[in-house]
Design a binder for this molecule. Structure first.
Ligand code: HEC
Length: 276
Protein backbone atom coordinates (compact mmCIF):
# COMPACT_ATOMS: atom_id res chain seq x y z
CA UNK A 1 0.00 0.00 0.00
CA UNK A 2 1.25 3.27 -0.89
CA UNK A 3 1.54 5.65 1.89
CA UNK A 4 -1.01 8.30 1.62
CA UNK A 5 0.66 11.51 1.07
CA UNK A 6 -0.63 14.57 2.67
CA UNK A 7 -2.14 17.58 1.22
CA UNK A 8 -2.55 18.36 -2.36
CA UNK A 9 -0.52 15.65 -3.89
CA UNK A 10 -2.57 12.84 -2.43
CA UNK A 11 -5.77 14.57 -3.40
CA UNK A 12 -4.56 15.18 -6.97
CA UNK A 13 -3.50 11.63 -7.41
CA UNK A 14 -6.66 10.18 -6.03
CA UNK A 15 -8.86 12.16 -8.53
CA UNK A 16 -9.58 10.10 -11.57
CA UNK A 17 -8.13 11.88 -14.53
CA UNK A 18 -10.50 12.68 -17.43
CA UNK A 19 -9.94 11.02 -20.80
CA UNK A 20 -9.40 14.26 -22.56
CA UNK A 21 -6.88 15.19 -20.14
CA UNK A 22 -4.76 12.25 -21.04
CA UNK A 23 -5.34 12.43 -24.83
CA UNK A 24 -2.52 14.16 -26.61
CA UNK A 25 -3.45 16.83 -29.19
CA UNK A 26 -2.53 14.65 -32.19
CA UNK A 27 -4.94 11.95 -31.07
CA UNK A 28 -7.79 14.47 -31.02
CA UNK A 29 -6.85 15.49 -34.48
CA UNK A 30 -6.85 11.86 -35.58
CA UNK A 31 -10.42 11.42 -34.35
CA UNK A 32 -11.55 14.48 -36.19
CA UNK A 33 -9.89 13.27 -39.40
CA UNK A 34 -11.42 9.79 -39.11
CA UNK A 35 -14.82 11.32 -38.52
CA UNK A 36 -14.35 13.49 -41.60
CA UNK A 37 -13.35 10.51 -43.76
CA UNK A 38 -16.31 8.45 -42.54
CA UNK A 39 -18.66 11.29 -43.24
CA UNK A 40 -17.27 11.75 -46.73
CA UNK A 41 -17.54 8.04 -47.56
CA UNK A 42 -21.10 7.97 -46.24
CA UNK A 43 -22.07 11.03 -48.28
CA UNK A 44 -20.69 9.50 -51.46
CA UNK A 45 -22.51 6.22 -50.85
CA UNK A 46 -25.85 7.69 -50.05
CA UNK A 47 -25.74 10.35 -52.69
CA UNK A 48 -23.08 9.33 -55.15
CA UNK A 49 -24.34 11.82 -57.69
CA UNK A 50 -23.42 14.61 -55.35
CA UNK A 51 -19.85 15.38 -54.66
CA UNK A 52 -19.06 17.82 -52.02
CA UNK A 53 -18.21 20.23 -54.74
CA UNK A 54 -21.57 19.79 -56.47
CA UNK A 55 -23.36 20.23 -53.20
CA UNK A 56 -21.61 23.48 -52.72
CA UNK A 57 -22.27 24.68 -56.23
CA UNK A 58 -25.87 23.49 -56.14
CA UNK A 59 -26.73 26.43 -53.98
CA UNK A 60 -25.54 28.63 -56.78
CA UNK A 61 -27.56 26.69 -59.41
CA UNK A 62 -28.54 28.92 -62.29
CA UNK A 63 -31.87 30.66 -61.91
CA UNK A 64 -32.90 29.74 -65.43
CA UNK A 65 -33.56 26.16 -64.42
CA UNK A 66 -36.12 27.29 -61.90
CA UNK A 67 -37.75 29.61 -64.42
CA UNK A 68 -37.83 26.87 -67.04
CA UNK A 69 -39.65 24.63 -64.64
CA UNK A 70 -42.43 27.16 -64.13
CA UNK A 71 -45.57 26.82 -66.24
CA UNK A 72 -45.46 29.05 -69.33
CA UNK A 73 -46.96 32.49 -68.74
CA UNK A 74 -50.56 32.78 -69.78
CA UNK A 75 -51.00 34.63 -73.06
CA UNK A 76 -53.49 37.39 -72.49
CA UNK A 77 -53.26 39.01 -75.94
CA UNK A 78 -51.87 37.73 -79.22
CA UNK A 79 -48.50 39.30 -79.92
CA UNK A 80 -48.70 42.27 -82.31
CA UNK A 81 -48.05 41.22 -85.93
CA UNK A 82 -44.67 42.24 -87.30
CA UNK A 83 -44.88 45.54 -89.18
CA UNK A 84 -45.43 45.09 -92.93
CA UNK A 85 -42.46 46.23 -94.96
CA UNK A 86 -42.86 49.55 -96.77
CA UNK A 87 -43.52 49.20 -100.47
CA UNK A 88 -41.88 51.84 -102.62
CA UNK A 89 -43.43 52.46 -105.98
CA UNK A 90 -41.18 53.93 -108.61
CA UNK A 91 -41.43 54.36 -112.36
CA UNK A 92 -39.24 51.85 -114.17
CA UNK A 93 -40.03 52.93 -117.71
CA UNK A 94 -42.33 55.41 -119.41
CA UNK A 95 -43.45 56.13 -122.95
CA UNK A 96 -43.23 58.68 -124.49
CA UNK A 97 -39.81 59.00 -122.92
CA UNK A 98 -38.37 62.11 -121.28
CA UNK A 99 -37.40 64.72 -123.83
CA UNK A 100 -38.94 62.84 -126.75
CA UNK A 101 -40.00 65.13 -129.62
CA UNK A 102 -42.34 64.73 -132.59
CA UNK A 103 -44.58 62.60 -130.38
CA UNK A 104 -47.84 61.43 -131.93
CA UNK A 105 -50.70 63.65 -130.90
CA UNK A 106 -52.74 60.59 -130.09
CA UNK A 107 -50.27 58.94 -127.79
CA UNK A 108 -50.77 56.15 -125.34
CA UNK A 109 -48.98 57.41 -122.27
CA UNK A 110 -47.56 54.35 -120.59
CA UNK A 111 -45.97 53.93 -117.19
CA UNK A 112 -44.35 50.74 -115.96
CA UNK A 113 -43.83 50.53 -112.22
CA UNK A 114 -41.29 48.49 -110.29
CA UNK A 115 -44.11 46.49 -108.70
CA UNK A 116 -47.92 46.34 -108.59
CA UNK A 117 -49.37 49.63 -107.36
CA UNK A 118 -52.65 50.80 -105.88
CA UNK A 119 -54.73 51.97 -108.83
CA UNK A 120 -56.77 54.60 -107.06
CA UNK A 121 -53.75 56.18 -105.43
CA UNK A 122 -51.75 56.20 -108.64
CA UNK A 123 -54.54 57.64 -110.78
CA UNK A 124 -55.01 60.34 -108.18
CA UNK A 125 -51.30 61.14 -108.25
CA UNK A 126 -51.16 61.26 -112.07
CA UNK A 127 -51.31 64.65 -113.75
CA UNK A 128 -50.77 65.79 -117.31
CA UNK A 129 -50.13 69.41 -118.15
CA UNK A 130 -51.52 71.20 -120.10
CA UNK A 131 -54.50 69.54 -118.47
CA UNK A 132 -56.03 66.89 -120.69
CA UNK A 133 -58.98 64.58 -120.18
CA UNK A 134 -58.46 60.93 -120.82
CA UNK A 135 -58.98 57.37 -119.70
CA UNK A 136 -56.90 55.12 -117.51
CA UNK A 137 -56.35 51.48 -118.34
CA UNK A 138 -54.40 48.84 -116.44
CA UNK A 139 -53.17 46.01 -118.66
CA UNK A 140 -51.32 44.77 -115.56
CA UNK A 141 -51.22 45.93 -111.92
CA UNK A 142 -47.80 47.45 -112.59
CA UNK A 143 -48.63 48.98 -115.99
CA UNK A 144 -50.70 52.13 -116.39
CA UNK A 145 -51.90 53.47 -119.77
CA UNK A 146 -53.42 56.92 -120.08
CA UNK A 147 -55.14 57.64 -123.38
CA UNK A 148 -55.98 61.29 -123.91
CA UNK A 149 -59.43 62.12 -125.19
CA UNK A 150 -58.95 63.46 -128.71
CA UNK A 151 -55.67 64.71 -130.03
CA UNK A 152 -53.04 66.59 -128.08
CA UNK A 153 -52.12 70.10 -129.19
CA UNK A 154 -49.49 70.26 -131.91
CA UNK A 155 -45.93 71.30 -131.11
CA UNK A 156 -46.62 71.53 -127.38
CA UNK A 157 -44.59 70.42 -124.41
CA UNK A 158 -46.59 68.11 -122.18
CA UNK A 159 -45.46 67.25 -118.66
CA UNK A 160 -46.48 64.06 -116.92
CA UNK A 161 -46.01 63.92 -113.19
CA UNK A 162 -46.76 61.66 -110.29
CA UNK A 163 -47.30 63.51 -107.03
CA UNK A 164 -45.50 61.70 -104.22
CA UNK A 165 -47.92 59.93 -101.84
CA UNK A 166 -46.95 58.89 -98.32
CA UNK A 167 -49.05 55.93 -97.19
CA UNK A 168 -46.61 54.80 -94.51
CA UNK A 169 -49.29 54.80 -91.82
CA UNK A 170 -51.60 52.53 -93.78
CA UNK A 171 -52.16 48.90 -92.89
CA UNK A 172 -49.98 47.97 -95.81
CA UNK A 173 -47.60 50.89 -95.93
CA UNK A 174 -46.49 52.23 -99.27
CA UNK A 175 -44.76 55.22 -100.72
CA UNK A 176 -45.31 56.50 -104.22
CA UNK A 177 -42.16 58.30 -105.24
CA UNK A 178 -42.31 61.45 -107.32
CA UNK A 179 -41.82 61.18 -111.06
CA UNK A 180 -41.88 63.90 -113.70
CA UNK A 181 -40.97 64.09 -117.35
CA UNK A 182 -41.87 66.03 -120.46
CA UNK A 183 -42.20 65.36 -124.17
CA UNK A 184 -43.13 67.50 -127.15
CA UNK A 185 -45.85 66.72 -129.66
CA UNK A 186 -45.29 66.91 -133.38
CA UNK A 187 -46.06 69.88 -135.58
CA UNK A 188 -49.55 70.35 -136.93
CA UNK A 189 -50.00 68.76 -140.36
CA UNK A 190 -51.09 70.96 -143.22
CA UNK A 191 -52.18 70.26 -146.74
CA UNK A 192 -49.28 72.16 -148.18
CA UNK A 193 -46.60 70.63 -145.96
CA UNK A 194 -47.75 67.02 -145.63
CA UNK A 195 -50.57 66.08 -148.00
CA UNK A 196 -49.79 67.76 -151.31
CA UNK A 197 -46.32 66.13 -151.61
CA UNK A 198 -47.79 62.74 -150.77
CA UNK A 199 -50.56 62.93 -153.34
CA UNK A 200 -48.14 64.30 -155.88
CA UNK A 201 -45.82 61.35 -155.40
CA UNK A 202 -48.26 58.47 -155.17
CA UNK A 203 -51.59 59.52 -156.69
CA UNK A 204 -50.79 62.05 -159.38
CA UNK A 205 -50.08 59.62 -162.22
CA UNK A 206 -53.74 58.63 -162.38
CA UNK A 207 -55.48 61.59 -160.75
CA UNK A 208 -53.99 64.44 -162.75
CA UNK A 209 -55.88 66.03 -165.66
CA UNK A 210 -54.71 63.57 -168.31
CA UNK A 211 -54.62 60.47 -166.04
CA UNK A 212 -56.89 57.46 -165.89
CA UNK A 213 -58.76 58.96 -162.96
CA UNK A 214 -59.02 62.45 -164.34
CA UNK A 215 -62.67 62.47 -163.24
CA UNK A 216 -61.42 62.56 -159.65
CA UNK A 217 -58.94 65.45 -159.68
CA UNK A 218 -56.72 65.66 -156.58
CA UNK A 219 -54.40 68.46 -157.76
CA UNK A 220 -55.54 71.25 -155.44
CA UNK A 221 -56.63 71.68 -151.83
CA UNK A 222 -60.16 72.34 -152.99
CA UNK A 223 -60.16 69.09 -155.01
CA UNK A 224 -58.90 67.04 -152.11
CA UNK A 225 -61.29 68.67 -149.64
CA UNK A 226 -64.23 67.14 -151.43
CA UNK A 227 -63.10 63.71 -150.10
CA UNK A 228 -62.43 64.88 -146.58
CA UNK A 229 -64.81 65.16 -143.61
CA UNK A 230 -62.79 67.28 -141.14
CA UNK A 231 -62.05 65.37 -137.95
CA UNK A 232 -63.50 62.09 -139.23
CA UNK A 233 -61.05 59.97 -141.16
CA UNK A 234 -63.46 57.03 -141.01
CA UNK A 235 -65.90 58.96 -143.18
CA UNK A 236 -63.32 60.58 -145.46
CA UNK A 237 -62.93 58.76 -148.75
CA UNK A 238 -59.45 60.21 -149.21
CA UNK A 239 -58.49 57.90 -146.37
CA UNK A 240 -60.96 55.01 -146.49
CA UNK A 241 -60.55 54.39 -150.20
CA UNK A 242 -56.88 53.64 -149.78
CA UNK A 243 -57.20 52.15 -146.34
CA UNK A 244 -59.68 49.57 -147.57
CA UNK A 245 -57.08 48.57 -150.15
CA UNK A 246 -59.49 49.09 -152.96
CA UNK A 247 -56.75 51.05 -154.62
CA UNK A 248 -53.93 48.60 -153.97
CA UNK A 249 -51.56 51.51 -153.95
CA UNK A 250 -48.07 50.76 -152.85
CA UNK A 251 -46.92 53.81 -150.95
CA UNK A 252 -43.96 52.08 -149.46
CA UNK A 253 -40.62 53.70 -150.10
CA UNK A 254 -37.18 54.03 -148.64
CA UNK A 255 -38.47 56.45 -146.01
CA UNK A 256 -41.71 55.05 -144.62
CA UNK A 257 -44.16 52.21 -145.05
CA UNK A 258 -47.60 52.55 -146.62
CA UNK A 259 -49.19 52.48 -143.19
CA UNK A 260 -47.05 55.35 -141.95
CA UNK A 261 -48.10 57.52 -144.89
CA UNK A 262 -51.70 56.52 -144.47
CA UNK A 263 -51.39 57.55 -140.85
CA UNK A 264 -50.25 61.00 -141.98
CA UNK A 265 -53.45 61.38 -144.03
CA UNK A 266 -55.57 60.03 -141.16
CA UNK A 267 -53.98 62.32 -138.56
CA UNK A 268 -54.24 65.32 -140.85
CA UNK A 269 -57.97 64.69 -141.10
CA UNK A 270 -58.53 63.76 -137.45
CA UNK A 271 -56.13 66.02 -135.59
CA UNK A 272 -55.71 68.95 -137.91
CA UNK A 273 -59.23 68.87 -139.35
CA UNK A 274 -57.89 68.73 -142.89
CA UNK A 275 -56.56 72.29 -142.74
CA UNK A 276 -54.79 73.96 -145.60
C1 HEC B 1 -53.23 53.53 -160.79
C2 HEC B 1 -54.06 54.70 -160.83
C3 HEC B 1 -54.44 55.33 -159.51
C4 HEC B 1 -53.62 55.75 -158.54
C5 HEC B 1 -52.12 55.63 -158.42
C6 HEC B 1 -54.50 56.34 -157.53
N1 HEC B 1 -55.80 56.27 -157.91
FE1 HEC B 1 -57.36 57.00 -156.88
N2 HEC B 1 -58.58 56.42 -158.32
C7 HEC B 1 -58.20 55.79 -159.52
C8 HEC B 1 -59.37 55.54 -160.32
C9 HEC B 1 -59.37 54.88 -161.68
C10 HEC B 1 -60.43 56.07 -159.57
C11 HEC B 1 -61.86 56.08 -160.01
C12 HEC B 1 -62.44 54.82 -159.42
C13 HEC B 1 -63.87 54.86 -159.41
O1 HEC B 1 -64.44 55.77 -160.01
O2 HEC B 1 -64.41 53.95 -158.78
C14 HEC B 1 -59.92 56.56 -158.35
C15 HEC B 1 -60.72 57.13 -157.34
C16 HEC B 1 -60.22 57.72 -156.23
C17 HEC B 1 -61.02 58.43 -155.27
C18 HEC B 1 -62.48 58.67 -155.31
C19 HEC B 1 -63.19 57.59 -154.59
C20 HEC B 1 -64.67 57.83 -154.56
O3 HEC B 1 -65.28 57.35 -153.62
O4 HEC B 1 -65.20 58.46 -155.48
C21 HEC B 1 -60.19 58.87 -154.31
C22 HEC B 1 -60.52 59.65 -153.06
C23 HEC B 1 -58.87 58.45 -154.69
N3 HEC B 1 -58.92 57.75 -155.88
C24 HEC B 1 -57.76 58.73 -153.93
C25 HEC B 1 -56.49 58.37 -154.34
C26 HEC B 1 -55.33 58.66 -153.55
C27 HEC B 1 -55.30 59.47 -152.26
C28 HEC B 1 -54.27 58.16 -154.21
C29 HEC B 1 -52.83 58.20 -153.81
C30 HEC B 1 -52.49 57.78 -152.53
C31 HEC B 1 -54.80 57.52 -155.40
N4 HEC B 1 -56.15 57.64 -155.46
C32 HEC B 1 -54.01 56.89 -156.32
C33 HEC B 1 -56.92 55.46 -159.88
C34 HEC B 1 -55.79 55.68 -159.13
Amino acid sequence: MRPSGGGKSSKGRSRKPTRSAILPWWEKLLYVLVAAIVATVWWNRVAPQHTVASFLTATAAPQEQKIAALPPPRIEEPPPPPPAPLRQWTVLFNSPTAGQSEVSRRPKIQIFFNQPVEREVTEWAFTISPSTRGDFAWPRPDHLVFTPEGALRPDTEYTISLTPVDGSREKEPYELLEARWSFTTGQARTYGKDIQPLIGAYCGTCHESNGSAAGVPLGTYRDVSRYVVPGRSGESRLYTFIQERRHHINMAGPDHSTNTKLAVIRDWIDEDKGTQ
